[in-house]
Ligand binder design. Structure first.
Ligand SMILES: [Zn+2]
Length: 259
Protein backbone atom coordinates (compact mmCIF):
# COMPACT_ATOMS: atom_id res chain seq x y z
CA UNK A 1 0.00 0.00 0.00
CA UNK A 2 2.73 2.44 1.00
CA UNK A 3 4.44 1.94 -2.37
CA UNK A 4 1.29 3.29 -4.07
CA UNK A 5 1.40 6.42 -1.89
CA UNK A 6 5.09 6.89 -2.65
CA UNK A 7 4.43 6.61 -6.40
CA UNK A 8 1.54 9.11 -6.21
CA UNK A 9 3.67 11.48 -4.15
CA UNK A 10 6.33 11.21 -6.90
CA UNK A 11 3.67 12.00 -9.54
CA UNK A 12 2.83 15.24 -7.75
CA UNK A 13 6.49 16.20 -7.45
CA UNK A 14 6.86 15.42 -11.18
CA UNK A 15 3.95 17.74 -11.88
CA UNK A 16 5.74 20.46 -9.89
CA UNK A 17 8.99 19.76 -11.81
CA UNK A 18 7.13 20.32 -15.10
CA UNK A 19 6.19 23.76 -13.82
CA UNK A 20 9.77 24.39 -12.69
CA UNK A 21 11.14 23.41 -16.14
CA UNK A 22 8.60 25.58 -17.94
CA UNK A 23 9.17 28.60 -15.72
CA UNK A 24 12.97 28.23 -15.73
CA UNK A 25 12.76 28.46 -19.50
CA UNK A 26 10.48 31.51 -19.37
CA UNK A 27 12.57 32.94 -16.51
CA UNK A 28 9.49 33.24 -14.31
CA UNK A 29 9.28 32.61 -10.60
CA UNK A 30 8.08 29.08 -9.93
CA UNK A 31 6.72 29.78 -6.47
CA UNK A 32 4.11 32.39 -7.34
CA UNK A 33 1.26 32.45 -9.82
CA UNK A 34 -1.64 30.11 -10.53
CA UNK A 35 -1.65 27.53 -13.31
CA UNK A 36 -3.07 28.50 -16.69
CA UNK A 37 -3.55 26.71 -19.99
CA UNK A 38 -0.58 27.71 -22.19
CA UNK A 39 -2.84 28.09 -25.21
CA UNK A 40 -6.15 29.66 -24.13
CA UNK A 41 -4.98 31.12 -20.80
CA UNK A 42 -7.92 29.57 -18.96
CA UNK A 43 -7.21 29.08 -15.29
CA UNK A 44 -6.59 25.40 -14.45
CA UNK A 45 -8.33 24.04 -11.37
CA UNK A 46 -7.23 21.14 -9.14
CA UNK A 47 -9.40 18.74 -11.18
CA UNK A 48 -7.36 19.72 -14.28
CA UNK A 49 -4.06 19.26 -12.48
CA UNK A 50 -4.23 15.73 -11.07
CA UNK A 51 -0.91 14.31 -12.28
CA UNK A 52 -1.14 11.66 -14.98
CA UNK A 53 -4.89 11.11 -14.44
CA UNK A 54 -6.07 14.48 -15.78
CA UNK A 55 -3.94 13.92 -18.86
CA UNK A 56 -5.27 10.39 -19.39
CA UNK A 57 -8.87 11.36 -18.61
CA UNK A 58 -8.84 14.34 -21.00
CA UNK A 59 -6.76 12.34 -23.52
CA UNK A 60 -4.07 15.01 -23.49
CA UNK A 61 -6.31 17.94 -24.37
CA UNK A 62 -7.14 21.17 -22.54
CA UNK A 63 -10.62 20.90 -21.00
CA UNK A 64 -11.45 24.45 -22.16
CA UNK A 65 -9.90 25.00 -25.60
CA UNK A 66 -9.21 21.34 -26.55
CA UNK A 67 -5.65 22.18 -27.53
CA UNK A 68 -3.32 19.20 -27.31
CA UNK A 69 -0.76 19.23 -24.49
CA UNK A 70 2.75 17.88 -24.89
CA UNK A 71 3.23 14.27 -23.76
CA UNK A 72 6.23 15.60 -21.83
CA UNK A 73 3.93 16.40 -18.89
CA UNK A 74 2.62 12.90 -18.10
CA UNK A 75 5.98 11.33 -18.99
CA UNK A 76 7.89 13.52 -16.52
CA UNK A 77 5.23 12.80 -13.87
CA UNK A 78 5.40 9.05 -14.40
CA UNK A 79 9.22 9.06 -14.51
CA UNK A 80 9.42 11.04 -11.26
CA UNK A 81 6.89 8.69 -9.64
CA UNK A 82 9.00 5.73 -10.69
CA UNK A 83 12.26 7.38 -9.56
CA UNK A 84 10.76 8.17 -6.12
CA UNK A 85 9.54 4.59 -5.81
CA UNK A 86 12.96 3.15 -6.73
CA UNK A 87 14.71 5.39 -4.18
CA UNK A 88 12.17 4.37 -1.54
CA UNK A 89 12.71 0.67 -2.24
CA UNK A 90 16.48 1.16 -2.18
CA UNK A 91 16.39 2.81 1.26
CA UNK A 92 13.67 0.50 2.62
CA UNK A 93 14.05 -2.86 0.84
CA UNK A 94 10.73 -4.70 0.76
CA UNK A 95 9.08 -1.43 1.91
CA UNK A 96 9.89 -2.50 5.46
CA UNK A 97 9.78 0.56 7.74
CA UNK A 98 10.05 -1.38 11.01
CA UNK A 99 13.77 -0.78 11.49
CA UNK A 100 13.89 2.67 9.90
CA UNK A 101 16.49 4.93 11.48
CA UNK A 102 16.89 8.69 11.25
CA UNK A 103 19.70 8.19 8.71
CA UNK A 104 17.35 6.13 6.49
CA UNK A 105 14.72 8.89 6.47
CA UNK A 106 17.40 11.49 5.84
CA UNK A 107 18.77 9.47 2.92
CA UNK A 108 15.27 8.96 1.52
CA UNK A 109 14.32 12.65 1.51
CA UNK A 110 17.71 13.90 0.31
CA UNK A 111 17.93 11.31 -2.48
CA UNK A 112 14.43 12.24 -3.56
CA UNK A 113 15.64 15.84 -3.81
CA UNK A 114 18.73 14.74 -5.77
CA UNK A 115 16.49 12.73 -8.11
CA UNK A 116 14.35 15.82 -8.65
CA UNK A 117 17.46 17.81 -9.67
CA UNK A 118 18.43 15.02 -12.07
CA UNK A 119 14.94 14.91 -13.62
CA UNK A 120 15.09 18.67 -14.29
CA UNK A 121 18.59 18.38 -15.85
CA UNK A 122 17.48 15.36 -17.93
CA UNK A 123 14.38 17.04 -19.38
CA UNK A 124 15.86 20.50 -19.78
CA UNK A 125 18.86 19.28 -21.76
CA UNK A 126 16.68 16.97 -23.88
CA UNK A 127 14.30 19.83 -24.67
CA UNK A 128 16.55 22.88 -24.88
CA UNK A 129 20.10 21.44 -25.24
CA UNK A 130 21.15 23.43 -22.20
CA UNK A 131 22.30 22.68 -18.67
CA UNK A 132 21.48 25.63 -16.42
CA UNK A 133 23.81 26.90 -13.70
CA UNK A 134 20.66 27.85 -11.79
CA UNK A 135 20.01 24.12 -11.42
CA UNK A 136 23.55 22.69 -11.30
CA UNK A 137 25.06 25.00 -8.69
CA UNK A 138 22.36 24.52 -6.01
CA UNK A 139 22.48 20.77 -6.77
CA UNK A 140 26.26 20.70 -6.16
CA UNK A 141 25.97 22.55 -2.83
CA UNK A 142 22.98 20.46 -1.72
CA UNK A 143 24.59 17.11 -2.60
CA UNK A 144 27.87 18.12 -0.94
CA UNK A 145 26.11 18.91 2.36
CA UNK A 146 23.96 15.77 2.20
CA UNK A 147 26.97 13.52 1.60
CA UNK A 148 28.87 15.09 4.48
CA UNK A 149 25.93 14.24 6.78
CA UNK A 150 25.88 10.70 5.31
CA UNK A 151 29.55 10.34 6.21
CA UNK A 152 31.20 10.50 2.78
CA UNK A 153 34.84 11.54 2.65
CA UNK A 154 35.22 15.15 1.49
CA UNK A 155 38.47 14.27 -0.28
CA UNK A 156 36.90 11.43 -2.25
CA UNK A 157 34.03 13.70 -3.26
CA UNK A 158 36.45 16.40 -4.39
CA UNK A 159 38.61 13.89 -6.25
CA UNK A 160 35.51 12.55 -8.03
CA UNK A 161 34.36 16.11 -8.86
CA UNK A 162 37.79 17.01 -10.29
CA UNK A 163 37.87 13.81 -12.37
CA UNK A 164 34.24 14.18 -13.53
CA UNK A 165 34.60 17.87 -14.37
CA UNK A 166 38.14 17.39 -15.74
CA UNK A 167 36.98 14.66 -18.09
CA UNK A 168 34.68 17.14 -19.84
CA UNK A 169 37.06 20.06 -19.47
CA UNK A 170 39.68 18.06 -21.42
CA UNK A 171 37.18 17.40 -24.22
CA UNK A 172 36.12 21.03 -24.13
CA UNK A 173 39.73 22.18 -24.59
CA UNK A 174 40.53 19.53 -27.24
CA UNK A 175 37.45 20.33 -29.31
CA UNK A 176 37.67 24.10 -28.66
CA UNK A 177 34.13 23.92 -27.25
CA UNK A 178 32.57 22.16 -30.24
CA UNK A 179 31.67 18.80 -28.63
CA UNK A 180 31.03 19.89 -25.10
CA UNK A 181 29.48 22.91 -23.43
CA UNK A 182 30.46 24.51 -20.14
CA UNK A 183 27.33 22.97 -18.61
CA UNK A 184 28.71 19.46 -19.17
CA UNK A 185 31.86 20.35 -17.19
CA UNK A 186 29.78 21.51 -14.23
CA UNK A 187 27.50 18.48 -14.55
CA UNK A 188 30.62 16.25 -14.45
CA UNK A 189 31.57 17.95 -11.18
CA UNK A 190 28.04 17.45 -9.81
CA UNK A 191 28.23 13.74 -10.68
CA UNK A 192 31.47 13.52 -8.69
CA UNK A 193 29.96 15.24 -5.65
CA UNK A 194 26.77 13.12 -5.77
CA UNK A 195 28.44 9.76 -6.39
CA UNK A 196 31.92 10.22 -4.94
CA UNK A 197 34.96 8.14 -5.90
CA UNK A 198 35.17 5.75 -7.77
CA UNK A 199 31.44 5.51 -8.60
CA UNK A 200 31.74 8.61 -10.84
CA UNK A 201 33.70 6.44 -13.30
CA UNK A 202 30.89 3.89 -13.39
CA UNK A 203 28.39 6.64 -14.16
CA UNK A 204 30.52 8.07 -17.00
CA UNK A 205 30.89 4.60 -18.44
CA UNK A 206 27.12 3.94 -18.28
CA UNK A 207 26.41 7.35 -19.82
CA UNK A 208 28.61 6.50 -22.80
CA UNK A 209 26.96 3.11 -23.25
CA UNK A 210 23.48 4.67 -23.06
CA UNK A 211 24.54 7.50 -25.37
CA UNK A 212 26.02 5.15 -27.97
CA UNK A 213 23.15 2.66 -27.94
CA UNK A 214 20.47 5.35 -28.17
CA UNK A 215 22.35 7.42 -30.78
CA UNK A 216 22.93 4.38 -33.00
CA UNK A 217 19.26 3.45 -32.55
CA UNK A 218 18.15 6.92 -33.63
CA UNK A 219 20.56 6.91 -36.58
CA UNK A 220 19.24 3.54 -37.73
CA UNK A 221 15.67 4.74 -37.33
CA UNK A 222 16.71 7.86 -39.35
CA UNK A 223 15.46 10.10 -36.56
CA UNK A 224 18.89 11.76 -36.35
CA UNK A 225 21.83 12.36 -38.66
CA UNK A 226 25.58 12.26 -38.04
CA UNK A 227 26.63 15.55 -36.54
CA UNK A 228 23.24 16.30 -34.98
CA UNK A 229 23.41 17.78 -31.51
CA UNK A 230 23.29 15.24 -28.71
CA UNK A 231 21.77 16.24 -25.35
CA UNK A 232 24.58 14.64 -23.38
CA UNK A 233 23.30 15.97 -20.05
CA UNK A 234 20.29 13.71 -20.53
CA UNK A 235 22.45 10.57 -20.62
CA UNK A 236 24.68 11.82 -17.80
CA UNK A 237 21.77 12.52 -15.46
CA UNK A 238 20.14 9.15 -16.16
CA UNK A 239 23.47 7.35 -15.64
CA UNK A 240 23.97 9.27 -12.38
CA UNK A 241 20.59 8.13 -11.08
CA UNK A 242 21.26 4.50 -12.04
CA UNK A 243 24.70 4.60 -10.41
CA UNK A 244 23.33 6.27 -7.25
CA UNK A 245 20.95 3.36 -6.68
CA UNK A 246 22.97 0.44 -7.97
CA UNK A 247 26.53 1.69 -7.53
CA UNK A 248 27.77 -1.23 -5.45
CA UNK A 249 26.83 -3.89 -7.97
CA UNK A 250 27.70 -1.76 -10.98
CA UNK A 251 31.05 -0.53 -9.73
CA UNK A 252 32.15 -4.10 -8.94
CA UNK A 253 31.05 -5.13 -12.41
CA UNK A 254 32.83 -2.19 -14.07
CA UNK A 255 36.11 -2.90 -12.33
CA UNK A 256 35.78 -6.63 -12.98
CA UNK A 257 35.94 -5.78 -16.70
CA UNK A 258 39.56 -4.66 -16.22
CA UNK A 259 40.83 -7.34 -13.88
ZN1 LIG B 1 -6.72 25.70 -23.15
Amino acid sequence: MIVVFVFIFGLFIGSFLNVVIYRLHRQESFIKGSSKCLFCGHRLYPKDLVPLFSYLFLRGHCRYCKHRFSSQYPMVEAATGLAFLLVFLYVFPGANLALASFVDWFRLVSWWAMSAFLVVIFVYDLKYYLILDKVILPAIIFSFLVNIVLGHSVWQMLLAAVVGGGFFLAQFVLSKGRWIGGGDIRLGALMGIMLSWPQVLTALFIAYILGSVISVGLLLASRKEWGDKVPFGTFLSLATFITLLYSHNLTNWYFSLFS
